[in-house]
Structures are given as C-alpha cells and as structure tokens.
Design a protein around this ligand. Structure first.
Ligand SMILES: CC(C)(COP(=O)(O)OP(=O)(O)OC[C@H]1O[C@@H](n2cnc3c(N)ncnc32)[C@H](O)[C@@H]1OP(=O)(O)O)[C@@H](O)C(=O)NCCC(=O)NCCS
Length: 183
C-alpha cells in the first residue's frame, strides 16, 4: 500500500544577522548578485563583515548613514538555515517614494515556492508597525507574479504603475494600511 504523507515547510523566523552568519550571508549575496539582486544591502567586496553589521545596526537604531534612510534588516531562517532576508525602511526618500517603497524581501532560489515570502511579509508589517508606520508603500515589477501575489494577499491596494526612471520597466506601487489586523 502506498502511503502519502503531506509535508509542510517549516515557518521561517526572522532575526538580525550576527557574526556567525557571515558565511551563509556572503554566499547568498554572491549567488544572487548574478540575478541582479542584492542580498546584504550595501555590502561590497571590500567591507568587513563587522563593519557591515555595525552599519546595519546603526540604521536599525534610526541612525542616518547616508545615502541610506533608517532601516531594519533581518535574515529569515528555517532552523539554522538562512532562506531569505527582508528590510523595512523607517521612512521614504524621493527615490523610495517613487519605486523602492518601505519593504524589500528576497527568498533564496532553492527555498522559493514554499510560502516563505508570505510569512516574511507578515513579519515586515509587524516591524513596520513597531517603528511607528501606519501604512507602507510596497513596489514590485509589473511581471513579478510571485511578489504581486504576496503584496495583494497582505492587503496591498494598487496605487498606480510607474516607469522606473533608470531601467524603464513598469513598477507597481501598492499601499498596505497597518491599522487592520495582518491577514
Ligand atoms: C518574490 C519572492 C520573494 C517570492 O518568494 P517565495 O517564497 O517563492 O513566495 P511564496 O512561496 O510565499 O509564494 C507567494 C505566492 O506567489 C506564488 N508564486 C511563487 N512563485 C511564483 C512564480 N514564479 N510565478 C507565479 N506565482 C508564484 C505562490 O504560488 C504564492 O501564491 P499563493 O499565495 O496563491 O499560494 C521570490 O521569488 C524572490 O525572492 N524573488 C527575487 C527577489 C524579488 O523579486 N523580491 C521582491 C521584490 S518586490
């Protein structure tokens, strides 16, 4: 007799990256660079991990580290495994107000399609509330079907579709109100 056992992916939890995460985070950063996606925001080849962690923590605490606005950056983990990252900007500058938005998230390719991004979006909205936001702007490429799904499931209301000033690609801009309970 064939027994079918349904498996459920574990739920990721989010936390700040630490010194112990350097190997996993740098590997993720290198792997996604080929897709044009930045994993560790602002990390370049010359910066030490300690310096990157320090800058990231200063941004989380609301410190201004130009050109970045204050931002909370966390890794998403399933057990000890880094599966993604998310960032929540505490406020918008001119560029973010047009195409970047408050929230950015990435799931590593080998961990996609397991519902992780939906969970991470809920965590992002929790963080956004904690830093005092009452609504967030979330943007994505018009053809990023997974991200559209994540944003709309989280209650995103489409404001408009704008043209990215550099790439020229159409970008969807959604607002998510934070006064309602997270779905
Ligand atoms: C967008 C991204 C975060 C989605 O991560 P994920 O963990 O695979 O997403 P989930 O498994 O939570 O899926 C969310 C929804 O999108 C759907 N989906 C996932 N991948 C999809 C795809 N390639 N095409 C169409 N739908 C897709 C899922 O079925 C799910 O829909 P459901 O809610 O109806 O079940 C991931 O693809 C990624 O990191 N992409 C590169 C970076 C990026 O685009 N970030 C977002 C910037 S706005």
């Amino acid at each position: 007799m064939l027994t079918v056992v349904a498996t459920r992916s574990a739920t990721p939890h989010v936390r700040a990256l630490t010194a112990a995460d350097e190997v996993q985070a740098r590997a993720a950063h290198g792997r996604l660079a080929a897709d044009g996606v930045e994993f560790c925001l602002g990390l370049d080849g010359t910066e030490s991990w300690a310096a990157w962690l320090d800058r990231t923590e200063r941004l989380r605490m609301g410190g201004s580290v130009p050109p970045w606005v204050p931002e909370t950056f966390v890794g998403a983990f399933v057990g000890p495994t880094l599966v993604g990252r998310l960032s929540v900007r505490h406020r918008l500058n001119e560029e973010l107000a047009l195409v970047g938005g408050h929230i950015g998230y990435v799931v590593l390719p080998e961990h996609r399609r397991r519902g992780y991004a939906g969970v991470m979006m809920r965590e992002a909205l929790r963080i956004a509330r904690e830093v005092g936001l009452d609504r967030v702007l979330v943007t994505c490429s018009d053809d990023n079907h997974a991200s559209v799904r994540v944003i709309e499931t989280a209650g995103g209301v489409l404001e408009d579709v704008v043209t990215h000033p550099v790439s020229g690609e159409p970008k969807r801009r959604y607002w998510i109100a934070l006064d309602a309970p997270v779905p």
